[in-house]
Design a protein around this ligand. Structure first.
Ligand SMILES: Nc1ncnc2c1ncn2[C@@H]1O[C@H](COP(=O)(O)OP(=O)(O)OP(=O)(O)O)[C@@H](O)[C@H]1O
Ligand SMILES: [Mg+2]
Length: 235
């Protein structure tokens, strides 16, 4: 039995004639934080979409806990232990913070006593009775994360949670992600903020036009000629 939590092999995704993912192969082990970087339009969010089930891969396999999950709908993948945040946070704006977490918790029949610790974890316990639409973008991103945590993921896919946040807010999120990883939750963190990623990951995957250009430590990625060319070409 392999120790991998997630394994992508030969994953392709096309939109019409455009090849958006081209032979993507990588694995994630339990508790590990993997960074996913690349220029705009390189396929980062699409990678998260094919893992979470929002989209299906055209070719290749997505294995989770040793099961092929390619054709499973999103809610079944949530039940298996995969959940994600969105580049633009998805919260129910007219519901309170607590209700947002409760809706997600109910979908997996989470013990209601586990809601309060999640609100504490994401730092929103003091605003739990406020409607989500009144929160700052930073707070909405944390709530989006809390909604995902309420389904008790083994793998959390985090799409640009740091964008637009100030250094103090980034610090809080970096510490939160590290705490979650220490509890055994694996993460794929899509991010343009490399200092932020450097704090929380030991390994990054670099995509360029849908292809994997590099896999390894971030410091080595920034010296890799193909990676440099992809970023300069995209600038
Ligand atoms: N639903 C869709 N239909 C058609 N094309 C799409 C769709 N979603 C993404 N694309 C295209 O696929 C490519 C990859 O998009 P994707 O959103 O995965 O990039 P990204 O790396 O997340 O970029 P960014 O850093 O801007 O978020 C882009 O060219 C995008 O325009
Ligand atoms: Mg994206």
């Amino acid at each position: 039995m392999s120790s991998e939590l997630l394994q992508l092999a030969g994953v392709n995704k096309r939109f019409g004639a455009q090849v958006v993912l081209n032979d993507v192969n990588f694995a994630v082990v339990p508790g590990e934080i993997v960074g996913l970087v690349g220029p705009n339009g390189s396929g980062k969010t699409t990678t998260i979409n094919v893992i979470s089930g929002l989209l299906q891969a055209d070719d290749g396999t997505v294995d989770f806990l040793g099961h092929k999950i390619n054709r499973l709908p999103m809610y079944k993948r949530v039940h298996l232990g995969i959940n994600r945040t969105f580049q633009v946070p998805k919260v129910f704006r007219d519901m309170t913070v607590r209700e947002n977490v409760e809706v997600a918790a109910r979908s997996v029949r989470l013990d209601p006593r586990e809601i309060e610790p999640i609100l504490e974890d994401i730092g929103l316990a003091s605003v739990a009775s406020r409607v989500a639409g009144s929160l700052t973008v930073n707070q909405q991103k944390l709530l989006d994360l809390g909604r995902a945590l309420a389904t008790r993921p083994k793998l959390l896919l985090v799409d640009e949670i740091g964008a637009g946040l100030n250094p103090a807010e980034l610090h809080v999120i970096a510490e939160l992600l590290q705490r979650l990883s220490a509890r055994g939750i694996a993460m794929i963190v899509v991010e343009h903020l490399l200092d932020f990623l450097n704090r929380i990951t030991e390994r990054v995957i670099v995509l360029g036009a849908g292809r994997m250009l590099f896999e390894g430590p971030l410091a080595s990625a920034s010296r890799d000629p193909e990676v440099i060319a992809a970023f300069i070409g995209a600038a």
